[in-house]
Write a protein that binds this ligand. Sequence first.
Ligand code: M6R
Length: 616
Amino acid sequence: MCGIVAYAGTKNALSILLDGLQRLEYRGYDSAGIFISNPKKDAVLKVKGKVNELRLLCDKETKEELFPIGLGHTRWATHGKPNESNAHPHVSNNKELILVHNGIIENYETLKKDLIQRGYTFESDTDSEVLINLFEEIQKTQQVSLEAAVQIGLNKVIGAYGIVVFDKKKPHELIVARLGSPLAIGIGKNDFFVGSDATPFLEHTKEVVYLNDFEMARLSFGEDIQVSNFKENTQIKAIINQLTFDLEHIQKDGFDHFMLKEIFEQPKAIENSLRGRIDLLKEEVQLDSVQKHESIFKNTKRIIILGCGTSWHAGLVGEYLLEKFTRIPTEVEYASEFRYRDPIIHKDDLVIPISQSGETADTMAALKLAKDRGAFIFGICNVVGSSISRETDSGMYTHAGPEIGVASTKAFTTQITVLILLSLKIAALRNTIQASESKRLLDELIQIPDLISSFLKQISEIKEIAKIYHKASNMLYLGRGFNFPVALEGALKLKEISYIHAEGYPAAEMKHGPIALIDKEMPVIVIATKKGHYDKIVSNVQEIRSRGAKIISIVSSGDESIKKMSDHCIEIPESDEIFSPLFATIPLQLLSYYIAILRNCNVDQPRNLAKSVTVE
Ligand code: M6R
């Protein structure tokens, strides 16, 4: 789970690599390194730590020289500690080949043993260094080019990888390959760019080739890109896609952090998720991706939703929505559990993997398992062209735009938006919803972006609450029905960016154990919107209050009963219960954000985490 950048052309690779790596730090940031080369000089520079530190080292070591080719890497450790020698790029024993790698080589120990017997030595504990020496050995023993050595070598390797390799004997050429780890190749006028995604080269080119699994490419200065399948040893025509987002989409726009920017982007993001999917005249949901497979959605007997983290929480909301509207039994599974428990999958099951990045290894493996067993796969992803989106039979993009902050925010609310549309569409196909009810809900749904925008203008009380509770050691989040997953999501947000221990619970479960935790020190956040189990949650709040907890409630505007019982109260717009997660989530995101800031935490890059978890 690392970020890769590479460049070959006539511009200065150094600045392209450093800027690109900075944009990819969401993928990992425990160490970073680059290799740069020109006819007179080449250098491998590495640091333990972030790209800023690498930048300082480069300033010291490279002066004003021009390097037209180079590779860069920002690491999230899998094999070996985060330190300089384990940082990439890795260099082969003969010092001729240089490699950056994202992924895991599962049979690296066997390969390493063999290479050691042949006299190779290793400077790092990484699986990646094995790969580069394997290529050297093949080049040497079989007298072949680097391209051929990579093709032969990868057929001996078990695991997942996105790699870029350079051979000093061919100083204008890069070889790239992928299996399981994403790689995007930017095609410039006179140059090539490589990235784990397209963000490193957005300002340079909009033309991108996404490599598929088992594909490799030769990027040779002055020639066209050459793509081949390294398993079948066949040439492939490169498909050039046009990028539709700009650099300003991935910058902070005056916000202190990406997370805050992304929280405030939610009205626009939800609007984009809805765009073109509601026929305003007919007032019905229009989804070609469902319509095209009408019989599958009409006849399916069961839906299985797969996801991890926040996407799993969105899946829980999806379960409530799909069962309510379509009456199809729906299960939500942690992808990591599903993939290893030999699940029962029927051919008429509809499987919905949900993933912001579209690169989460567990979700990918779980969907592949379901696909192999004959289920129809309908993906919900944010990143266009991502690995998961390309494995599915059909699907919907959330169109939230790039999410850079490690803590998912707009991804969650847009996933829910898409799940609402999907549920209403399937329900319409199966005649399990009245047209008038669907119209009523769609009318309400299209107002939501504006309502969230207005809410975001009055958040001063959330900052005040953060000031009071930022030193807490524990927090409880309670909700019922559609707001139970919101409680889980609120707790996850707090844990991951402020490092405060937090738990989400269905409010009624309190009395089955967790109520024992409550004392005067414990802040309890209760999501208690008007529609949906309101009376029940009033009773739950009374139970907690009588045990002395501090109550922070999220209520529908105009609420009086719960307000009276609460120490602090945040009012959100009143809505149908199915929409309440879209509103209730937002104050919880902000509360976590402001608490984390007061605790001096690195909000966009919390410790031990990375944006996409591309290892299991
Ligand atoms: O990219 P994905 O949606 O597949 O990612 C799944 C989780 O890794 C992700 O939601 C994670 O839990 C976030 N850090 C939560 O904020």
